[in-house]
Design a protein around this ligand. Structure first.
Ligand code: MLT
Length: 254
């Protein structure tokens, strides 16, 4: 089993992912929002690559069951129902709803990897469960850090390193690419106090400046849920307990 890390997806073609098992990480804040929304009862999260497409999808949806969510420059997009703070995704607001999510980097990274055979979403909240699930799946893994505007960011790289570390503890034989080894070093150096690390990143500082400093605490929570979000046919849903793989692949192997 080989684990590889991409610190940006800008250089990758969508078709690179076909047949691959991929994990998208956008700690601040899209992957944390996706995990929170599903944990609080959202039916699904529909990631989109542009605000226009978000509007189009919501225009075709049944009223009341769909909410438009996400951010531009960290702030709620005009006309959207929710921004990109995990605390906004309360059970009474998201339960049973389809969430159309546009974010600057995270939702777009998921869309980029949509041809993956298995596509999962990870943040610190669900990281131990994600590590266990990937080990059980026993396939080569491509970790995609959403990064910031096509560039490296520290928080996603540290999260990738922590994910690999958790996997390596259980299976010391996993093969780790050079970029994966670099993420392990970053996790060792910066990952001891997740909240402090997040606060001191460029994006963490921007969030604080823009009034979203409280989100950092939510994004730093480690292993608070076993929820595994997986993408299938345009939507991210919660993997039901006891399911090894996503439903499409179970069908393929049966
Ligand atoms: C993104 O996708 O770029 C983010 O999640 C940004 C944010 O929430 O501030």
């Amino acid at each position: 089993m080989k684990v590889n890390v991409h610190y940006s997806n800008l250089h990758l073609d969508e078709l690179y992912f076909s047949g691959k098992t991929s994990v998208v990480i956008d700690v601040l804040r899209a992957s944390t929002v996706i995990v929170t929304a599903l944990a609080n009862g959202a039916r699904e999260v529909i990631p989109v690559g542009t605000v226009d497409f978000a509007m189009k999808v919501s225009g075709n949806a049944f009223g009341g069951q769909t909410i438009l969510c996400g951010e531009r420059n960290t702030k709620k997009v005009e006309g959207f129902n929710l921004g990109n703070s995990p605390s906004e995704y309360k059970p009474e607001i998201v339960s049973g709803k389809s969430i159309i999510l546009y974010t600057t980097n995270g939702s777009r990274a998921v869309v980029k990897a949509k041809f993956s055979e298995n596509l999962f979403i990870c943040c610190f909240n669900n990281l131990p469960a994600m590590a266990k699930h990937l080990l059980a799946l026993n396939k080569d893994v491509e970790i995609i850090c959403a990064g910031t505007n096509g560039n490296f960011n520290l928080e996603d790289a540290v999260c990738a390193g922590r994910l690999i570390k958790e996997m390596e503890i259980e299976n010391p034989d996993i093969e780790i690419s050079d970029s994966g080894k670099a993420s392990l070093v970053l996790n060792k150096d910066f990952g001891k106090t997740i909240k402090k690390m997040l606060k001191e990143t460029e994006h963490g500082k921007l969030l604080s400046e823009n009034g979203f400093g409280a989100d950092i605490k939510d994004c730093a929570e480690f292993g608070t849920t076993d929820l595994i979000p997986f993408y299938l046919s345009g939507a991210i849903k919660k993997l039901e307990a006891g399911t090894q793989n996503n439903p499409v692949n179970e069908n393929k192997s049966s």
